[in-house]
Design a protein around this ligand. Structure first.
Ligand code: A2P
Length: 274
């Protein structure tokens, strides 16, 4: 089964979960239900994904109890601000059909808007009121993280950032380690683009695994939290079958060598404004 990672507030999160970005709301119930019935216990959604209703339905229809599932959602950029955040949280849990959430994240820092500290104060209130077990952020640069800590004294439990073998985020990970923040990977498979990389295919063939499984195993062995997205039942099952083999130090180093300066796929958080 999937190992748990203990966050800096004592909350435990399953190290591998199902990402649902780009999963249509009407497909989400079937896929989420199937994921839960196949061993997934962690689902990562966001208000902007437009599928919180479908995710909630899938959870309700599955054989797994709500309290055994770790559910994350994220606050969208146009709802930053103290009061706006409290309203947005109610909308998200309302759509999911829950009273509480396991993890709530600020989706992007939007440094030019300069509202993320106020937003974080509302997150602290939601946590203190017991409406969410853990609070964190996504796409925050080290300087954004330091401001949150300096101005509120509350360190995010984790930061979800773009991370895959082509974009390994070494300095970001070092900043997280210093602050005691867990690292969660978005687009952990590089949105599928990395799966033809010869080095990965070669390593995979030694274990009778796929390139996708090798990437996910590399993330697991680095202690990262990872949330591969798949809307396909076989690939979804494949992605959770990464706990029965182990990469050698040499193979870990071979994958480390795939890091690239221009390996980023998504927006740069320093300038992203949407
Ligand atoms: P699909 O949903 O059809 O399976 P990421 O999580 O890095 O954003 O990657 C998601 C992309 O990778 C999706 O296009 C998904 O397609 C594809 N994908 C997910 N798992 C696998 C897998 N095991 N093998 C091949 N492609 C995969």
């Amino acid at each position: 089964s999937v190992p748990m990672i203990t966050l800096n507030d004592g909350t435990k999160i399953p190290q591998l979960g199902l990402g649902v970005w780009k999963m249509p709301d009407d497909e989400a119930p079937g896929i989420v239900m199937s994921a839960l019935n196949n061993g997934y216990r962690h689902i990562d959604t966001a208000a902007i994904y437009g599928n919180e209703l479908g995710v909630g339905k899938g959870i309700a229809q599955s054989d797994v109890a709500r309290e055994d599932i770790f559910v994350t959602s994220k606050l969208w950029n146009d709802q930053q601000g103290y009061d706006e955040t409290l309203r947005a949280f109610d909308e998200s849990v309302g759509k999911l059909g829950f009273d509480t959430l396991d993890l709530y994240l600020i989706h992007w820092p939007m440094p030019a808007k300069d509202k993320f500290v106020e937003t974080w104060k509302a997150f602290i209130r939601l946590r203190d009121e017991g409406r969410v077990r853990a609070i964190g952020v996504s796409n925050f640069l080290p300087e954004n993280l330091e401001r949150l800590v300096d101005e509120t004294g509350v360190t995010p439990a984790l930061n979800q950032v773009e991370l895959h073998p082509r974009f390994q985020q070494l300095s970001q990970r070092a900043a997280h380690a210093k602050l005691g923040i867990a690292t969660e990977c978005w687009s952990p498979l590089g949105q599928g683009e990395l799966l033809t990389e010869p080095a990965l295919i070669e390593i995979a063939s030694r274990y009778g695994k796929s390139a996708a499984q090798v990437i996910l195993r590399w993330e697991i062995q680095l202690g990262l939290i990872t949330i591969p997205k798949s809307s396909n039942h076989d690939r979804m099952r494949e992605n959770i079958s990464v706990f029965d083999f182990e990469l050698t130090m040499e193979e870990m180093a071979q994958i480390a060598a795939l890091d690239s300066k221009d390996g980023r796929i998504g927006p740069d958080p320093a300038t992203a404004d949407f």
